[in-house]
Unconditional design. Structure first.
Length: 347
């Protein structure tokens, strides 16, 4: 079945009975798989239904030799079923759309998408399922353990929807009095009306180690470029920018038009950065104003999913970093209408 059409025709669904649970227990003890158990029942049951039931009735049992192992017991499964039945309100909206459940489990559990990205991508691509879910409903289902193999541990940090307030700072960095201020950026840079304007930063590793990751994020498309650097020196940063430029290729004057940085000492040589990137200008944000480089800050937050604080970046290979970069640039973003950065740059 193609991804474009996920509707399935099934017979009338019926909950697993207590009698069936004892059959499942016997078959499970014989070592049959979930697929084989489902085929042995009458009516036949979907593999996912059997897997959920087994998970519901698993208990830790001590054997005669004092070893402990997980076993499925029908009465345990029935007890959990009865408890949930007495507590539940109306039926789940997802019903028995196994294709949608499988799709969400794949995207959220394995591909590491957020629930919002998965739901938004479904709508943006007009994928067809028998029911429609909103992001909040998916979060609620994850809280309740509805999806197989997905828990809140698989999610990004949940946000309360309240945007953080920032106080604008209009002071000049004492260590960078000659740098061009962000207030001098052209209108097309601030308003993201054209591509070619980047924000730059360094993501540092484990305390006491020198290697870091140079991150470049294009403001309009949110395309990210990651380059490993040996240390936080101007020389290393300039060399890394040159490597990033060579990787991108194309017309440098179109790919890199401007770069916006903070006032870290590693970025203060604006002439060297302009030469390395072949860009027109380097602008500097105000001190203690990370919000002025919001694309970069948000991009770094995504990168931290794969490179958490405390990671020894010196052990990260270029191949592993490229894999992370590819994931980020192929990830559908709400702000882009659930298109990816790669799709935006291809437009």
């Amino acid at each position: 079945m193609g991804q474009e059409h996920h509707n399935t025709e099934e017979g009338k669904w019926k909950q697993i009975s207590e009698k069936e649970r004892y059959k499942i227990e016997a078959l499970y003890q014989q070592g049959l798989s979930a697929v084989e158990i489902g085929r042995s029942l009458s009516p036949k049951r979907d593999r996912r239904t059997i897997e959920r039931e087994i998970r519901r009735g698993l208990i830790l049992q001590r054997k005669s030799d004092l070893r402990e192992e997980l076993v499925y017991l029908a009465d345990a499964g029935q007890r959990v079923h009865d408890e949930k039945a007495s507590n539940k309100g109306r039926g789940l909206k997802i019903g028995h759309d196994h294709e949608l459940a499988k799709y969400l489990e794949q995207k959220i559990g394995e591909d590491k998408w957020s629930p919002d990205a998965a739901i938004g991508f479904i709508k943006a691509q007009s994928l067809q399922f028998s029911v429609n879910l909103c992001t909040k409903t998916v979060y609620n289902y994850i809280d309740k353990g509805i999806f197989l193999g997905i828990s809140n541990n698989d999610l990004w940090v949940k946000k309360d929807g309240v945007k953080r307030g920032y106080k604008k700072i209009r002071t000049v960095a004492l260590n960078n009095k000659n740098g061009k201020s962000i207030t001098e950026r052209p209108k097309e840079v601030d308003e993201r009306t054209e591509q070619g304007h980047w924000e730059i930063d360094l993501v540092v590793g484990k305390q006491g180690t020198k290697p870091a990751i140079l991150t470049l994020v294009e403001r309009k498309s949110r395309k990210s470029l990651y380059v490993l650097v040996k240390n936080k020196t101007q020389k290393e940063v300039v060399a890394a920018i040159k490597r990033a430029r060579r990787r991108v290729g194309g017309n440098f004057s179109e790919v890199f038009k401007t770069i916006t940085a903070d006032n870290g000492s590693e970025f203060l040589d604006s002439d060297a950065i302009k030469e390395a990137a072949k860009c027109d200008e380097v602008y500097y944000a105000h001190p203690y104003s990370s919000w002025e480089r919001g694309s970069n800050e948000n991009g770094n937050r995504i990168l931290r999913r794969f490179v958490p604080k405390g990671t020894d970046i010196g052990k990260l290979t270029s191949i592993e970093l490229q894999r992370i970069e590819d994931w980020v640039n192929n990830y559908p973003r709400r702000i882009l209408g659930y298109k990816s950065a790669n799709q935006m740059t291809a437009c």
